[in-house]
Design a protein around this ligand. Structure first.
Ligand code: SAM
Length: 267
């Protein structure tokens, strides 16, 4: 980050998931402490950066899909730092009238998001913690019309919740607040298919011990459970690189991007 000075409320010595992800994506909104974690993670798993890039590319495809299927309101929880091809840019390329609410619990995301989006129509940035999902929904309702379908994005956030934090209840709370025709689009980190759980434990421990959020990988069946009550959109729960890849492109090998992705529609 320029001059490595931190805004009020931000401790640059404690790596955050938002800034680590930004560093993995090659962004500039991160500190030395975040980059150190990235170096360590990359030593343990050389495709950490490729995984982040694949996740972000999926997000763009998922938002395009939702917009192409009539969604004009998006609630992006765990939105992350602004980068290229942000959700509102992808959605508003389809229809400038698309409304987007970005929610994150990281103060850096909020300050950068607000600075970048000042003057951008139809976009709001709210502070919110997914652990207190009811508050997020209440705030989102001040800008989005929950009588009309909403596309909810939970991209690379649910793996920061262990089972004790009951992420399934959290997602069900969102589902129960949505009108029919709404969508849930999510990604979730998993163990690479060519790795043993042991190897991934070293990686998740390294992440969890150094960052402000613990990392909890889940298998396909566990991720599929998040879609309870939704009709999965073809091709169902698959590796993100296999979720509707851009025609004519060669998806990255799944060993290099171990992330499950799924989109479901509320009947
Ligand atoms: C790996 S980034 C993903 C960013 C973006 N969704 C994407 O997929 O490109 C995870 C984001 O979730 C945010 N986050 C983590 N735990 C959260 C929580 N409990 N409530 C809200 N945001 C959270 C982090 O601050 C970070 O910005």
């Amino acid at each position: 980050m320029t001059g490595e000075t931190a805004p009020r409320g931000v401790d640059p010595t404690v790596p955050s998931s938002a800034r680590i992800y930004d560093a993995l994506l090659g962004g500039k909104d991160n500190y030395e402490s975040d980059r150190e974690v990235v170096r360590l993670l990359t030593e343990l798993y050389p495709f950490a950066q490729a995984t982040a890039v694949a996740n972000r590319a999926w997000l763009g495809r998922a938002v395009s899909y939702l917009a192409d299927h009539g969604i004009r309101q998006f609630l992006d929880i765990g939105a992350g730092l602004p980068t290229q091809e942000n959700v509102h840019q992808v959605a508003q390329a389809v229809d400038p009238g698309c409304r987007v609410v970005y929610v994150d619990n990281d103060p850096i995301v909020l300050s950068h998001g607000r600075a970048l989006l000042t003057g951008t129509d139809n976009v709001r940035v709210f502070e919110g913690d997914l652990a207190r999902v009811e508050e997020i929904l209440a705030e989102a309702r001040t800008f989005l019309d929950f009588e009309r379908p909403v596309g909810v994005l939970l991209s690379a956030i649910l793996h920061f919740f262990d089972d004790a934090a009951d992420p399934y209840r959290i997602v069900a709370t969102i589902r129960d607040a949505l009108p029919p025709g709404s969508y849930l689009a999510l990604t979730h980190g998993t163990v690479a298919p060519d790795k043993a759980d042991e190897d991934s434990k070293e990686f998740t421990d390294a992440y969890s011990q150094r960052s402000s959020s613990g990392l909890h990988l889940r298998d396909k069946a566990q991720v599929a459970r998040f879609l309870d009550g939704f009709e999965p959109v073809d091709p169902g729960v698959v590796y993100a690189v296999h979720w509707r890849p851009v025609p004519g492109t060669e998806p990255r090998p799944v060993e290099q991007a171990p992330v499950w992705a799924a989109v479901g529609r509320l009947p």
